[in-house]
Ligand binder design. Structure first.
Ligand SMILES: O=C(CO)[C@@H](O)[C@H](O)COP(=O)(O)O
Length: 218
């Protein structure tokens, strides 16, 4: 069984409460929270303050994806804000192993994310500290981009490595996942599908239909 983790980046922030209710009422368990610093990626999103106020109002699993340089400086803030999982980018720190340990000291799950151009070999000495691997299937920074086709082979290879090294690690994919390509992603061993622009919609009935489509298949 896999999970859907809707990416809040695509939400209508004026109607956040109503949109989060739609997720909760339709059996979504995760919420993907993209934190961008305008430095590691060319876009700026939101920070720990927003996550904290969301935490006070929902029990969804907070799947926090830090697209920020030197994440080590902010782990404590995001853990205290209520993250259940914190995923850092391997490319964003000189000390990925140490930052994974720092996350786990808070008693929450630690994930590593890899950009599309990053080799899986960087995982080699991180296995012991990993709870989750997030394979970026677009270049990070923006919602609404197209899925990069070569990601399929990378996802298959990651699944193989997880099975060989530590089979309870969650495999998550992020970027360009839509109802139109979901079928082609179903047999790759993915545990968590992130989807943003395809799920969030001002039309709440349409949101509900999209969620049902995903949950019936994954
Ligand atoms: O991290 C990112 C983008 O950097 C993603 O989480 C996107 O927000 C996914 O959006 P869609 O591609 O599903 O619109």
């Amino acid at each position: 069984m896999a999970f859907l983790s809707p990416s809040l980046l695509a939400a209508d922030f004026y109607n956040l409460e109503r949109q989060i209710k739609v997720l909760e009422e339709n059996n979504v368990k995760y919420l993907h929270l993209d934190v961008m610093d305008g430095n590691f990626v060319p876009n700026i999103s939101y920070g720990a303050g927003i996550i904290k106020s969301l935490r006070e109002n929902t029990n969804l699993v907070f799947d926090v994806h830090l697209m920020i340089e030197k994440p080590e400086n902010y782990i404590d803030d995001f853990a205290k804000a209520g993250a259940d999982i914190i995923t850092i980018h391997q490319e964003a720190t000189k000390h990925p192993l140490r930052v994974l340990q720092q996350i786990k000291e808070h008693g929450i799950k630690a994930g590593i994310s890899l950009n599309p151009g990053t080799s899986l070999s960087v995982l080699d000495y991180l296995w012991d500290e990993l709870d989750l691997i997030l394979i970026m299937t677009v270049n990070p920074g923006f919602g609404g981009q197209s899925f990069i086709p070569s990601s399929i082979d990378k996802i298959k290879e990651t699944r193989k490595l997880i099975n060989q090294n530590k089979d309870d690690i969650l495999l998550e994919i992020d970027g360009g996942v839509k109802t139109t390509n979901l079928e082609s992603l179903l047999d790759l061993g993915v545990d968590i599908f992130v989807s943003g622009s395809d799920i969030f919609n001002k039309d709440l009935n349409l949101m509900k239909e999209k969620i049902e489509y995903y949950l019936e298949r994954i």
